[in-house]
Design a protein around this ligand. Sequence first.
Ligand code: CO8
Length: 262
Amino acid sequence: MKIFENILVTKNYRDHAHIALLQLNRPKVLNALSTDLMKEVVEAMLALDDDPNVRVIIMTGNDRAFAAGADIGQMMENSPIDQINDNRFRSWKQLSLVSKPIIAAVNGFALGGGCELAMSCDLIIAGDKAQFGQPEIKIGTIPGAGGTQRFTRAVGKSKAMLAVLTGDMIDAYAAEKAGLVAKVVPAETLMQEVFEICKVIANRAPVAVKLAKEAVNMAFETSLKDGMEFERRNFYLTFSSKDQKEGMKAFMEKREPKYEGN
Ligand code: CO8
């Protein structure tokens, strides 16, 4: 994998052949999401998605911040036309093309675009000192990459309004209670806990994992009727994989399945 300027990418994370780590790496500015950083995130994510050995991807920051938002210094003098020409949202859209599960491991601040980036992942595991928020209103703007949409779908209208209109942060436990975060763990064991979850997912049938991810995400895009239809078709599709035959055979034979990803 190529060397990037603003992120660190590790394959074979903790010597696991199927787990990769992508770490945001602009610690001096709390991992503020510059356009270059986001381009690198997408380039690396798409490369990991193409790598047949990788089954699960972790996205993380550092102890102090997952990311404290878009780079304010970079955009403060922008005109709307600068923003259009910069086309930074293209990167965000491309993230949704990644077919493998992405787990956000969040310690410290996940604010503004940082919270939105965590929400672009498939699930969020938080350290107990993590703080989430959409503070854009405090600097005279509003969220631009899902803070009014994904956040609202995750926590409901009233809690979303409170966060978006005040800009106040919520802690990890409040985020878990509201449904933004799947699980809160001690900050110091976050990466170990996330690794354990990734090992479980990496052990599942890879094609079924992709189809399951796709089906859950479809719940945010369609009516219930269409979503159910989509799910059923993906369910049928798993029956064309060798791994489905192996999974059910192994169950009947009372042994562990051996999945090969086809
Ligand atoms: N952009 C640029 N620099 C930042 C950012 C940021 N978002 N956040 C922190 N920094 C820098 C600070 O300027 C400071 O730099 P320096 O040391 O050179 O002065 C350094 O990081 C450390 O920050 P603080 O000294 O402020 O640390 P504190 O512990 O006192 O405070 C906070 C931490 C509370 C996180 C504080 O830094 C803060 O409020 N940051 C800004 C949070 C924010 O407003 N985020 C929203 C930004 S707008 C946005 O995300 C819109 C998204 C739109 C779509 C995304 C497109 C890419």
